[in-house]
Design a protein around this ligand. Structure first.
Ligand code: GDP
Length: 390
């Protein structure tokens, strides 16, 4: 077979020293002309076109976008323990996957990582949209990384009719914190029910702990159910508020304040300062009458400005005081034990429900029974029992 005079129009000569054999252009990538040619080399000078080395690592250079090597369970475990951010991110992607094969592997990874979990401060932060959650977490997170701590931020934002989709992921958020070497930010898993997103976030907390993060922050939008889900997976729950016009509660219901271990009135700066102080005084009065979330801990109401950073170090001091107290009185371990058991029951309930609705018998009989119940032809309990007993 005759050789073309140059390789695929690159201008690279293919006439090689005697016995030489031209190699194919690596994966069709055009090669640049050599930058240096010996003086008086003449037309006989040839360049070897070397086959690129095949990478055995995570990324390999192939045609098109780089393809990632499939990681083994051992790769995930070792990568997370070695604090390798790309592997950490992929481990979280694995637990977020709904594919049964991925879920099985995710459980193996988690089981192996479990002995390395539990050491982080697990902090939940909520607030209505616009309360300044991103700005606050950025300031708070940078304060922590500035003092040598490693911080992971996870978000819970299930697509729902209430939030209308992913409020948290839409914005370019926490850019400064994202550039910090000791910070890891993970947006909310896309889509899914609150239960599904909550499970994935719980497991992501564990993986971040195994990757040596000292503080894991779970952020959520204050719209109702999300706060309860986050409360059930963190040690410390912080509700961010802003001084509002008149109604200082701004839609945050008493129930959410009762879940809090701390209230932070954000945006206490500029013209807002006086209103923020008034909101703080009112909040303190309210807290005085409410049930305390954590035994032996009086829920404080602090002022802060995420924008200027004022008050942010004090929020961390207060958080540390909370953890010191919780460790001393044993409430930290107690809460985690209770949370683990409740989580197990939640998973059992979820699994039973999905198996029930997946059953062929239930699928076949459900529409008729639903119609009978809707039309009032059959009592609801009788219909439910008919299905459950079937
Ligand atoms: P999120 O929806 O709760 O995450 O709120 P963002 O962090 O996106 O903040 C909403 C708006 O409030 C943005 O325009 C911020 O710049 C502003 N903001 C956040 N924190 C402060 C603060 O402490 N003071 C002032 N004046 N503005 C703030």
């Amino acid at each position: 077979m005759s050789e073309p005079d140059d390789l695929a129009g690159t201008g690279l000569p293919t006439r090689l020293p005697s016995g030489g054999k031209a190699m194919a252009l690596h994966d069709g990538c055009p090669q640049p002309r050599p930058e240096w040619v010996p003086e008086n080399a003449g037309g006989g000078f040839a360049t070897w076109v070397m086959q690129g080395a095949r990478l055995s690592g995570v990324v390999s250079a192939q045609n098109g976008p780089p393809r990632r090597r499939t990681l083994t369970t051992e790769d995930y475990v070792q990568g997370v323990l070695a604090r390798d951010p790309p592997v950490l991110a992929r481990a979280i992607t694995l637990i977020e996957s709904n594919a049964p094969a991925h879920q099985a592997q995710a459980q193996q990874v988690l089981a192996q990582l479990l002995p390395h979990t539990g050491r982080a401060h697990r902090i939940g932060i909520t607030g209505i949209p616009g309360a300044g959650k991103s700005t606050f977490i950025e300031a708070f997170g940078c304060h922590l990384t500035g003092s040598g701590q490693r911080v992971a931020v996870l978000a819970i934002d299930p697509s729902s009719s209430v939030t209308g989709g992913s409020i948290l992921a839409d914005k370019v958020r926490m850019e400064k914190l994202g550039r910090e070497r000791n910070a890891f930010i993970r947006p909310s898993p896309s889509g899914g029910s609150l239960g599904g997103v909550a499970r994935k976030t719980r497991e992501a907390i564990l993986i971040c702990e195994a990757a040596g993060y000292d503080v894991v922050i779970v952020e959520t939008v204050g719209v109702g159910q999300n706060e309860v889900a986050v409360r059930s997976m963190v040690d410390f729950f912080l509700v961010l508020m802003i001084p509002g016009a008149g109604d200082e509660m701004q839609g945050i219901k008493k129930g959410v304040v009762e879940l809090a271990d701390a209230i932070v009135i954000n945006k206490a700066d500029g013209d807002n300062r006086a209103r923020a102080s008034a909101a703080q005084a009112e909040m303190r009065r309210v807290l005085h009458y409410l049930h305390r979330m954590t035994e032996g801990w009086e829920t404080p109401a602090l002022l802060a400005s995420a924008l200027t950073g004022e008050g942010v170090p004090e929020v961390w001091q207060m958080t540390e005081a909370y953890f010191a107290n919780a460790r001393a009185v044993g409430s930290l371990t107690g809460r985690r034990r209770t949370q683990a058991v409740q989580w197990m029951h939640a998973l059992i309930a979820e699994s039973l429900q999905s198996r029930f609705y997946a059953s062929e018998d239930v699928k076949a009989r459900l529409p008729a029974l639903e119609a009978a119940v809707a039309d009032g032809r059959m009592p609801v309990l009788a219909a439910a029992l008919a299905l459950l007993g079937g």
